[in-house]
Write a protein that binds this ligand. Structure first.
Ligand code: PMP
Length: 407
């Protein structure tokens, strides 16, 4: 049985005690953003009360303390991803900015007309649009790795798409829309055989399983703080050292330079070369606290517990007439995406909120995938460590009630 003390763990999340429309909140929109435990919330209070200062610049005590906490988080992230060196960890605003950084810096330096970049049908818009924008300028070709009816990537088609022209494979580790877990280590090996690079969007992976970027052999790996019990406004780009060192800066400004004169500037070493301007200092420190928290709970145990929640929820909704689950790939993460005959997803979302249940409805920033499956929107329940089987029961009962009202 999963070794998670969920009742105790829930106590760390003040928001889970709030009422919504007179009902105790059942929060099942964790793939959009996860809730934040008290130790992470406390970081903000502590930071702004005791050591708010700009980092790297000052020689005074507060600046030293803020810098130490900020750079200490880089080491926490290094350990979290099992990166070889903390200098391979770049702080960004989130996954989206991390991918844009790779596109604008690595992409501009390494992509040319005739080259191919592969993305998958499962991608979030943030791993599609940056490549489309760049392709329009540079003239490389964007190709799409197809999915099968389960929502798993078609790996034979992937192997056939990879060629000498392939420069980059940009793929998510776990799909936010369906929960599909992609075999990114295997996909990296395939890409590397032709000398292509692989960027893994790990936004939905790091909250649910231990991730080892060296075992994957990822060239780039990105994630967001707010989906792993941390704050919004901060995320991470991991990159192989030789790639980051060779890449030109993206944004220019303070922090990222070595020297500046009007005849030209020289740039700081990695990772600071990619961190122009004052970063989200408190958020970065809070992210470090969140990663320590999640590692303290245990990601393997969290993943197992979420599987139990998913199985229970799947069994529950399968009883509902005319409900179709999208994304049934074996081993998928704790995401339940579905549509219901005779009931619009949007209406379900609005009505179930009246019963205190928060789920996601819409295209989940994965329009190409949803259109491929012939729908514009789905309802999505997604699970986190603090969800309970009783909450799943509440959700299923509420869903049945709402569907009854709509039909
Ligand atoms: N990729 C995936 C798979 C995601 O789920 C998300 C967030 N929904 C993103 C990228 C974008 O993350 P952010 O908005 O935090 O930059």
């Amino acid at each position: 049985a999963p070794s998670l003390d969920v009742a105790r763990l829930r106590d760390a999340f003040p928001i889970l005690k709030r009422q919504v429309h007179g009902k105790t909140l059942v929060y099942l929109d964790n793939a959009a953003t996860s809730q934040t435990p008290q130790p992470v919330i406390d970081v903000f209070d502590d930071y702004y009360r005791r050591y708010n200062a700009n980092i790297h610049r000052g020689l005074h005590t507060l600046a030293d303390e803020a810098t130490a906490a900020f750079e200490g988080t880089r080491e926490t992230v290094r350990g979290f991803l099992n990166a070889a060196d903390a200098r391979q960890i770049v702080f960004t605003r989130g996954t989206t900015e991390a991918i844009n950084l790779v596109a604008q810096s690595w992409g501009r330096a390494n992509l040319a007309p005739g080259d191919e970049v592969l993305v998958s049908m499962l991608e979030h818009h943030s791993n599609i649009v940056p490549w489309q924008l760049l392709a329009r300028e540079i003239g490389f070709t964007l190709k799409v790795i197809p999915v099968d009816d389960d929502g798993a990537l078609d790996l034979a088609a992937y192997a056939a798409l990879v060629s000498e022209r392939t420069r980059l494979v940009a793929v998510n580790h776990v799909s936010n829309a369906f929960g599909t877990v992609n075999p990114v280590a295997e996909m990296a090996a395939t890409a590397h055989r032709v000398g292509a690079r692989i960027l893994v969007d790990g936004a939905q992976a790091v909250p649910h399983q231990p991730v080892d970027v060296q075992a994957i052999d990822a060239d780039f790996y990105a994630f967001s703080g707010h989906k792993v019990y941390g704050p919004t406004g901060v995320g991470v780009l991991y990159g192989k050292r030789e790639l980051l060192e060779a890449m030109p800066p993206w944004q220019g400004g303070g922090e990222m330079i070595a020297t500046v004169s009007f005849s030209g500037s020289t740039f700081a070493d990695i990772p600071h070369k990619f961190e122009a301007g004052t970063p989200a200092i408190a958020e970065v420190i809070a992210l470090g606290r969140a990663l320590e928290w999640v590692q303290g709970v245990g990601l393997a145990a969290i993943g197992q517990w979420e599987q139990a929640l998913l199985a229970h929820a799947t069994q529950g909704v399968r009883r509902i007439d005319g409900l179709r689950i999208l994304g049934t790939a074996p081993g998928k993460a704790g995401v339940l995406s579905f549509v219901v005959d005779g009931a619009h997803s949007q209406d379900i979302g609005l009505l179930i909120d009246q019963l205190g249940v928060a789920i996601r409805t819409g295209h989940h920033c994965a329009q190409p995938l949803l259109h491929h499956f012939g729908v514009d929107a789905t309802c999505r329940a997604s699970f986190a460590a603090y969800n309970t089987l009783e909450e799943v029961d509440t959700f299923v009962a509420a869903l049945e009630r709402v569907i009854g009202m709509l039909r």
